[in-house]
Design a protein around this ligand. Structure first.
Ligand SMILES: [Fe+2]
Length: 299
């Protein structure tokens, strides 16, 4: 396993400013991360609101992020998707249309597009080459937010395209980890792999101990309040699935058994159809109307 912590100079003196936006409909946390030395910022994992029963899309969550960026006079440079989410819809194109910036995701999005292009019986007009995104990150790629250098680490297992983005003393882990008392995300989606997830988590835990880790989800286990920030040291010591030196075999056995009992996420069908298109809705029909497909007995 390539250990990126050896190849990249992690500058833990650099402390990006992080603003969280919690979506209580999907328990997703979106972030605005700002360069402390400039007006540059990025948005991580934005959320589009959906009333699935009504087939209605709105933008309260995204509008709150846009208002924050505008009120603080920030310049949006990137819209990052840590992965193709199965539980909420991205609002990246909506925010990009208003504020600019480039939409980036891991290069293995192409694997996800192949898989779900088939499941949703998409025609040839649905490109499986990631071209809907402005940037596809390889493991170890770096990019700038103002004067800050971000490194994208490939952390597959939950999905094949998952990336963890590390900037200064801050890591955005997507669904590679949950808070210590939440453990880890499921690894049973098509292309997911519990063993890979364990290896990816070790890559994150190899970051400097003081690295601040920001979660994409929190469900407030055992009735505690919602939290989204922890540290490498806290995860190493206390994570209920991987902390305290749990072995890969222990993790894979636990994760596999647990995943077998989990229900399919409520919004997986609309989420995948939007998120595999970089947050765009499926193409409209001749009358200009937009529909989701519901594949029967495919998920
Ligand atoms: Fe996820």
């Amino acid at each position: 396993m390539k250990d990126l912590a050896d190849d990249f100079a992690f500058d833990t003196d650099l402390k990006p400013e992080v603003q969280a936006f919690f979506d209580d409909a999907t328990n997703t946390i979106s972030y605005v991360v700002k360069d402390p030395t400039s007006t540059a910022c990025a948005v991580i994992d934005s959320v589009m609101d959906i009333d699935y029963a009504a087939g209605r899309i709105t933008y309260e969550q995204a509008d709150a992020i846009i208002a924050f960026i505008e009120e603080n006079g920030l310049d949006l440079e990137w819209l990052i998707e840590t992965h193709v989410h199965a539980d909420h819809l991205s609002a990246a194109p909506y925010i990009q249309q208003r504020l600019g910036g480039r939409i980036g995701i891991g290069e293995h999005i192409t694997t996800v597009q192949e898989t779900f292009g088939k499941i949703f019986n998409e025609g040839t007009e649905f490109q499986r080459d990631g071209s809907q995104f402005d940037a596809l990150f390889k493991d170890g790629d770096t990019y700038q937010i103002g004067n800050m250098t971000v490194i994208a680490m490939h952390t597959p297992g939950h999905t094949p395209a998952c990336m963890t983005h590390v900037v200064g003393d801050t890591g955005f882990v997507g669904d590679t980890l949950f808070m210590p008392d939440g453990g880890s995300a499921r690894a049973d989606f098509p292309g997911g792999d519990a063993g890979e997830l364990y290896d990816s988590i070790q890559k994150v835990l190899a970051l400097p101990d003081e690295t601040r880790l920001f979660m994409c989800h929190d469900y407030g286990p055992n009735g505690r309040d919602i939290q989204w920030q922890t540290s490498v040291a806290a995860e190493k010591a206390h994570n209920i699935h991987v902390g305290g030196g749990k072995t890969k075999a222990e993790f894979v056995a636990y994760r596999t058994e647990r995943d077998a009992g989990l229900a399919v996420p409520r919004l997986i069908i609309p989420s995948l159809q939007v998120n595999m298109r970089a947050g765009e809705m499926p193409p409209a029909d001749d009358a200009g109307d937009v529909f989701f497909k519901v594949p029967i007995n495919k998920l």
